[in-house]
Structure formats: structure tokens, C-alpha cells
Design a binder for this molecule. Structure first.
Ligand code: HEC
Ligand code: HEC
Ligand code: HEC
Ligand code: HEC
Ligand code: HEC
Ligand code: HEC
Length: 418
């Protein structure tokens, strides 16, 4: 009895032990869709500027990381503070750190265990997806074929119009011939013939007062419009597109690699100026990306010169020289414009004012930036009052559903002029 009892106890405790092991060691990567999509959001917000799942970017491709890294716990420690892992002398950590030119990964101390497991779930799911049509392909391919389609349509329409025109000419010719034949058969005086065949000759039309008036009017109107346009654009630099000291391309960085505008233009959420990134921000990535596909090493070497970095030895000399970017957008001093007010509070996309920057190799001024431009947007745009108690009150007081910027004083001279 006693013996059986203790054997029982042993078996149960073995079970309990194994069961708790499940919790402590087996950290299975979740496979539920909810975890994967949560992981996707975290990945896009935190990791995408440096990592892709299947391609090497600033850091390694993350596919297969769960099999490659020493353990899941190691991955968690690494993501929370990779420099601590490197400093601890960890062999694997030091190996990849050196492999990637000693560039330091951002520390994500605020990511919880579950967050990291979700990211891994997303990475694993993404890695297992069958290689669909080339990853970068679809956007460019579809854009290309889209263009193709519309231009073929245009061609067809044009060809159709030309055919119709030719047909019309042929028919007209036939009618004229038939009429001529008919006239030559009939007995008519010369004077009558003249009148029937061409009631208006070209000469008489050109000499008529109506025609002269129309021509003079058109020429005058065109001249006047050009003059007005010219006057209105004095001091307006729409389309201004200067050459920059480094061939920096938004199309590559913000378009192809989808780096968030705010990663570089750090002031945009909190201040008046969007600010141009300092070369240190470039170095987060270019410590390891030493040459570009289009420009080779020459352009990126200019960043190294600015921060005094020797790519051969990965040493900083301490000698720095600022990059002299040419400013493109520039309001006169008398006007006040604040980015955070529009981007952060107003929730307006950069592209609304700056155009499709992510498609520009060289930035150009997209909008007019005149007072009329500011005012007409303030007249037509609703204030985004969602979740803003201050505006909720205002709406209540004024008994309105929505408010234009105009209604909160967006047309007052002093709001925009010092
Ligand atoms: C600023 C760029 C940067 C960001 C952002 C970044 N990483 Fe990294 N990561 C790196 C670099 C560079 C390495 C290579 C090791 C090194 O140089 O430190 C790396 C290495 C890793 C490794 C080890 C890869 C391997 O093959 O062993 C993992 C795992 C990792 N990162 C996960 C993440 C996750 C998850 C995020 C987002 C939460 C993230 N990283 C965000 C730059 C970055
Ligand atoms: C990798 C860093 C980086 C990213 C990401 C980036 N920019 Fe820039 N941006 C720069 C640099 C450097 C300049 C100055 C050189 C130039 O004009 O090309 C600049 C210039 C600009 C200018 C012109 C500034 C002037 O002189 O008036 C605008 C506008 C701008 N960026 C908007 C954007 C928008 C919108 C996005 C996101 C779609 C974005 N940028 C993403 C680095 C970046
Ligand atoms: C409501 C219109 C508007 C929006 C939205 C907007 N900008 Fe601007 N931006 C301007 C104007 C106007 C200027 C010129 C400001 C000046 O000269 O004081 C400017 C200037 C800039 C400059 C150069 C000067 C500076 O402030 O550092 C950069 C860079 C820039 N914007 C980036 C951005 C980015 C990135 C976003 C989105 C996160 C954005 N802008 C959203 C209107 C806008
Ligand atoms: C978040 C990462 C990241 C940051 C930050 C970054 N870059 Fe890049 N940069 C890249 C990547 C990725 C490439 C593409 C490399 C290639 O062509 O293979 C690149 C390419 C380039 C090229 C070469 C383009 C070509 O095709 O020849 C230049 C020049 C460049 N970057 C300048 C800059 C400058 C200047 C800054 C700072 C204002 C900067 N980059 C910041 C990731 C970054
Ligand atoms: C694309 C539309 C748009 C353009 C263009 C625009 N604004 Fe605005 N502006 C807004 C919106 C929306 C708000 C309200 C933000 C909020 O408080 O919710 C705003 C608010 C403001 C305010 C604060 C008004 C107040 O009473 O608090 C000022 C000042 C301002 N804008 C100045 C300018 C100037 C100067 C320009 C031109 C250089 C300009 N804006 C161009 C949309 C625009
Ligand atoms: C929404 C912002 C905004 C408001 C409101 C506004 N302005 Fe302006 N104003 C501007 C901007 C931006 C410029 C510069 C544009 C340019 O140079 O084309 C400007 C330019 C001017 C200029 C021309 C200065 C010059 O050198 O050409 C005068 C004058 C002026 N504003 C007067 C006023 C008066 C008066 C009011 C009130 C009735 C007013 N503004 C309200 C934004 C505003």
C-alpha cells in the first residue's frame, strides 16, 4: 500500500514536473492569425527600417532566426538590448555584430515577451509563405502595365478618331463630286454656279469683321493671362528643384525601402521645423551600407567625410564637416508655419502639402506656398476634432457637427503673421 502510494506520488510529480517544463522552456512560436497580425504591426513600426524577412538590409534577413540564434531567450535579450549581449562576450552575438560592421541595433526595452513572440510569429509566417511573384515586383510591374494599358487606350482612341476623320473627308469629297456632276448637267448661269458651289470663299471669311474681332480678342486674352500669371508667380518657387550636395534619393529611402518620414525628419511631430536629418542618422544604416546600387561608393563616401568616418577601419577621426543641403521650401520671415500643428494635431499627411516625395529622386517644391494656398485649405478643411475634448466643447457650444479651420481662427492675420 505504502509502496503503491509513493509510486503514485512519483508518477504524478513527474507529470507536474514535465508539465511545468512546458511553461519554462518550450516557448513555442504562436501560429494564431491574431498573433501574426499583431507581430506584423510591431515589425513594421519598429524593425522594418533595418530588417526584411527574406532580404538582407541594414541587419540580417530575419527568416529562420528561431533556428539560427542560440535560443528564444537569446533573441529576447538581443532585441531588448543587443549591446548588453555583445558586451557580455556572447559568441554568436559578437559574430553577427562584427559581420554587420559593428553597427548597433536599436534597443527595444519596452517590448514585452508576448510582443517579441508575436514578431517571431509574423517572421515565421512570412518566411513560410511560398515565394510569390517577386517581392518588389508587383508594385512596379502593375504600375508599369497600368501605364501601358492607358496609353494603349489613348492610341486606340486616337487611331479611331483619325479613321473617322478620313472617312468624313472621303464622304465630303464624294458629295462635292456628286454636286459638281449635277451642276454641270444642269443649265445654270456662271453666277449661279459660283453661289451654289462656294457661298463663302476663304478670302471673304478672313476679311470679315467678325473673324478679325475673334482673332484680336483671343490674342489679347492670351497675352493678358500670361501677364497675370507672371505677376502672381513673382517670389513663388513652385517646382524649385536644386541639386543637392549628396545625391540623396527619397525614391530609394522613403519609396523602395519604406523608411518612415519621421525617422529622418524628427521635428515634424513636436515642433515648427520638420528638420533635415543630421549625418548621424544616415550613419545608423550607412555604417554597414557602404555603396549604392546606382552611385557606387562615391556618394556614401560624402557622408563618411561629413562625420569623419573611415570605412576601412570603422574608426571615427573626430574631424567633421557639415553637409550643406540646399533648402527648398522657404516661407518669407513674416509668415509663421508650424509642422506639428498640421501633422500631429491636424493629422495631415506630408504628401498633401509636399506631393509624392517618396517617388522623387530629387525633391522639388510641389505646392505654391502662397498665402492664398494656406487660406484656401483653411477654408475647406475640417479640423480633426476626434478625441479632443477642447474641440468637443467648442462643437457643443457652437452647435455644429464639424468645424473648418476658418472657424477656429485660421484666417486671422495674427495667427500666421508675427
Ligand atoms: C537601426 C537598425 C535596426 C533596427 C531598427 C532593428 N535592428 Fe535588428 N539588427 C540590426 C543589425 C545591424 C543587426 C546585426 C547585428 C549588429 O550589427 O548588431 C541586427 C540583428 C538582429 C537579430 C539577430 C539576427 C541574426 O541573424 O542572428 C535579430 C533577431 C534582430 N536584429 C531582431 C530585430 C527586431 C525584432 C527588431 C524590431 C523590434 C529589430 N531587430 C530592429 C539592426 C536593426
Ligand atoms: C533617410 C532619411 C530620410 C527619409 C526617410 C525622408 N527624408 Fe526627406 N529629406 C532627407 C534629406 C537628407 C533631405 C535634404 C536633401 C534633399 O532635399 O533631398 C530631405 C529633404 C526633404 C524635403 C525638402 C526640405 C527642404 O529643403 O525644403 C521634404 C519636403 C522632405 N524631405 C519630405 C519627406 C517626406 C514627406 C518623407 C516621407 C515620405 C521623407 N522626407 C523621408 C532625408 C529623409
Ligand atoms: C500643411 C502643409 C504641410 C504639411 C502637412 C507638411 N509640411 Fe513640410 N513644409 C510645409 C511648409 C509651408 C514648409 C516651409 C516652412 C518654412 O519655410 O518655415 C515646409 C517645410 C518642410 C521642410 C524643410 C524645412 C523644415 O521645416 O525643416 C521639411 C524637411 C518638411 N517640410 C518635411 C515634412 C514632412 C516629413 C512632413 C510630414 C510628416 C511634412 N513636411 C508635412 C508644409 C507642410
Ligand atoms: C534606415 C536606413 C537608412 C538610412 C537612415 C539612410 N539610408 Fe541611405 N540607403 C539605405 C539603403 C537600404 C540604400 C540602398 C543601398 C543599395 O543601393 O543597395 C541606401 C542608399 C543610399 C545612397 C546610394 C543610392 C544609390 O543607389 O546609389 C546614398 C547616396 C544614400 N543612401 C545617402 C543617405 C543619406 C545622405 C542619409 C542620411 C540623410 C541616408 N542615406 C540614410 C538605407 C538608409
Ligand atoms: C492641407 C491643408 C492646410 C494647408 C495647406 C495649410 N494649413 Fe494651416 N491648418 C490646417 C488644419 C487642418 C489646421 C487645424 C489643426 C488643428 O488645430 O486641428 C491648421 C491650423 C493652422 C494654424 C493654427 C490655427 C489656430 O487657430 O489654431 C496656423 C497658424 C496655420 N494653420 C498656418 C498655416 C500656414 C501659414 C499655412 C501656409 C504656409 C498653412 N497653415 C497651410 C490645414 C492646412
Ligand atoms: C493661414 C495663414 C495666413 C493668414 C491667416 C494670413 N496670412 Fe498673410 N501671408 C501668409 C503667408 C504664408 C504669406 C507669404 C506668402 C508669399 O510670400 O507668397 C503671406 C503674405 C502676406 C503679405 C505679403 C507680404 C509680401 O511681402 O508680399 C501680406 C501683406 C499679408 N500676408 C497680409 C495679411 C493680412 C492683412 C492678413 C489678415 C487679413 C493675413 N495676411 C492673413 C499666410 C497668412
Amino acid at each position: 500500500m505504502k509502496y503503491r502510494y509513493s509510486r503514485h506520488l512519483f508518477v504524478t510529480s513527474l507529470f507536474v514536473f514535465l508539465f511545468s517544463c512546458q511553461f519554462v522552456f518550450a516557448q513555442d512560436i504562436p501560429t494564431e492569425p491574431a498573433a501574426i497580425s499583431a507581430g506584423e504591426a510591431l515589425f513594421k513600426a519598429n524593425c522594418k527600417s533595418c530588417h526584411r524577412v527574406k532580404e538582407k538590409l541594414v541587419g540580417p534577413a530575419l527568416a529562420g532566426i528561431e533556428g539560427r540564434a542560440p535560443s528564444i531567450q537569446w533573441i529576447k535579450d538581443w532585441i531588448r538590448n543587443s549591446s548588453k549581449v555583445v558586451a557580455s562576450g556572447d559568441e554568436y552575438g559578437n559574430k553577427i555584430y562584427n559581420e554587420y560592421g559593428k553597427s548597433q541595433m536599436t534597443a527595444f526595452t519596452s517590448l514585452k515577451d508576448d510582443d517579441i513572440m508575436n514578431i517571431l510569429a509574423y517572421v515565421k509566417d512570412e518566411a513560410n509563405k511560398k515565394a510569390e511573384a517577386p517581392v518588389a515586383g508587383p508594385t512596379t510591374a502593375s504600375a508599369g502595365s497600368g501605364d501601358g494599358v492607358s496609353s494603349t487606350y489613348l492610341d486606340i482612341i486616337l487611331a479611331g478618331m483619325i479613321i473617322i476623320l478620313v472617312l468624313l473627308l472621303v464622304i465630303l469629297g464624294l458629295i462635292v463630286n456628286a454636286l459638281k456632276k449635277y451642276l454641270s448637267q444642269k443649265e445654270l448661269s456662271e453666277e449661279d454656279k459660283e453661289e451654289v458651289v462656294s457661298p463663302y470663299s476663304l478670302g471673304s471669311v478672313v476679311r470679315s469683321p467678325g473673324f478679325i474681332f475673334i482673332v484680336v480678342f483671343l490674342v489679347a486674352a492670351l497675352g493678358f493671362k500670361t501677364l497675370i500669371d507672371g505677376l502672381l508667380t513673382i517670389g513663388v518657387q513652385q517646382g524649385y528643384q536644386p541639386k543637392q550636395p549628396i545625391a540623396f534619393s527619397h525614391k530609394i529611402h522613403a519609396g523602395q525601402f519604406e523608411i518612415d518620414c519621421k525617422y529622418c525628419h524628427t521635428g515634424v511631430m513636436k515642433g515648427k521645423q520638420a528638420s533635415i536629418p543630421s549625418p548621424n542618422i544616415c550613419m545608423n544604416c550607412h555604417v554597414s551600407i557602404k555603396s549604392g546600387t546606382n552611385t557606387g561608393e562615391g556618394e556614401i563616401a560624402k557622408i563618411y567625410k561629413a562625420v569623419g568616418f573611415d570605412p576601412a577601419t570603422s574608426q571615427y577621426s573626430g574631424k567633421t564637416a557639415p553637409i550643406e543641403w540646399v533648402r527648398i521650401h522657404n516661407l518669407p520671415d513674416l509668415a509663421y508655419f508650424n509642422h506639428s500643428q498640421h501633422v500631429n494635431v491636424g493629422g495631415i499627411e506630408c504628401q498633401t502639402c509636399h506631393g509624392p516625395i517618396q517617388e522623387m529622386d530629387v525633391v522639388k517644391q510641389y505646392s505654391l506656398l502662397t498665402m492664398g494656398w494656406c487660406i484656401s485649405c483653411h477654408r475647406t478643411t475640417d479640423v480633426s476634432a476626434k478625441g479632443n475634448a477642447y474641440y468637443d466643447k467648442l462643437l457643443e457650444v457652437h452647435d455644429k457637427k464639424t468645424m473648418k479651420v476658418e472657424d477656429i481662427g485660421g484666417l486671422e492675420c495674427s495667427k500666421c503673421h508675427y
